[in-house]
Design a protein around this ligand. Structure first.
Ligand code: PHE
Length: 337
């Protein structure tokens, strides 16, 4: 019986089986238990001998059972650890992350470049008063840009700003005549244009303004030329061409040499080899005075550019509407920008 039980314990393949073996031999109706129960039928001489032997066998079996149980538990734990092991060298599953929109990317790059040159970023409201959007910027009542055709008026006095230039005036007023003023103002602007490949009724601008003692046109050119090379990441030539804005005098537009393209040529290159990227000029004395700056003591320059246009040029996008239609196939191309 002892050998049989020992063999059964040894052969048990799991904790379940081992429990069965225990019941079979040591349980209430187990084989060894039966032997022990039968003791009362034995003679007085045999009883201690058989009893001692049976007890010895029981103790031995119990010990073996415990050992085996231990062994099986460990094996089970090992198996579980093995099965649940995490391979830390495996590559992670990719998480579907959004990308930065090309306009946001360009605005951020513009901000980085100008803050690197000591500019601060200022913001203003998109719903503006006629006073800030036009009047304070020296746009006379009959200026074509004030035509209802060009602006989204909410009331005769309130409109969606048509450019970021009102932030110039707001910033100067807030500074109460203090210099230096050295800001850029990024933001959305609105015009009543019919949307096509190059026009959008909503687009972005980044305005710049510097006011201090002795600010000259040469500084304007220097800063903008540096900016152009940084934003396009290549050596470029720039030229200032005379232009007209009511709030600057003199006014200019800055052209860059067209972006070099290979293969089928480049849409961005005009016949002339130059392409316009922004408007600028020396702040009109009337604008300075209106905002509380003594135009005899201080001069300043301002510029305004379109991040949309820069994004089109920089990334070779042929239609501004792509920037506003949220087509994922289009946007995914810029995930790493
Ligand atoms: N506000 C002008 C525009 O929207 C751009 C500009 C800004 C020009 C500042 C000169 C100086 O066209």
């Amino acid at each position: 019986l002892k050998k049989e039980a020992e063999a059964a314990i040894e052969a048990a393949k799991g904790l379940e089986q081992l429990r069965d073996v225990k019941v079979k031999y040591l349980g209430k109706k187990g084989e060894l238990t039966t032997v022990l129960r039968g003791m009362k039928d034995l003679s007085a001489e045999d009883r201690p001998v058989i009893g001692g032997l049976a007890n010895e066998v029981r103790t031995g079996l119990e010990k073996k059972l415990t050992e085996k149980e231990e062994e099986l538990r460990e094996a089970a734990l090992d198996a579980r650890l093995e099965a649940e092991a995490i391979d830390v060298t495996l590559a992670a599953r990719p998480q579907p992350l959004g990308g930065i929109h090309p306009i946001a990317a360009v605005v951020e790059q513009i901000e980085d470049i100008f803050t690197g040159m000591g500019f601060e970023v200022a913001e203003g409201p998109e719903v503006e008063t006629d006073q800030y959007n036009f009047e304070a910027l020296n746009l006379p009542q009959d200026h074509p840009a004030r035509d209802m055709q060009d602006s989204f008026y909410i009331t005769p006095e309130i409109l969606l700003r048509t450019h970021t230039s009102p932030v110039q005036v707001r910033t100067m007023e807030a500074k109460e005549g203090q210099v230096p003023v050295k800001i850029i103002c990024p933001g959305k602007v609105y015009r009543r244009d019919d949307d096509d490949a190059t026009h959008s009724h909503q687009f972005y601008q980044v305005e710049g303004l510097v006011v201090d003692r002795g600010i000259a046109m040469s500084e304007l050119h220097g800063i903008l030329a540096t900016f152009a090379e940084k934003i396009f990441g290549m050596a470029l030539e720039t030229r200032l061409r005379p232009s007209y804005f009511p709030f600057t005098e003199p006014s200019v537009e800055m052209d860059i040499t067209c972006i070099k393209c290979s293969g089928k040529g480049c849409r961005m290159c005009k016949q002339t080899g130059w392409i316009e990227i922004l408007g600028a000029g020396m702040v009109h004395p009337r604008v300075l005075e209106g905002a509380g700056y003594d135009s005899e003591r201080y001069t300043g320059f301002a510029f305004g550019m379109g991040p949309d246009r820069i994004a089109l040029l920089k990334y070779g996008i042929d239609d501004i509407r792509h920037l506003y239609t949220n087509d994922l196939k289009f946007l995914r191309q810029f995930q790493s920008v």
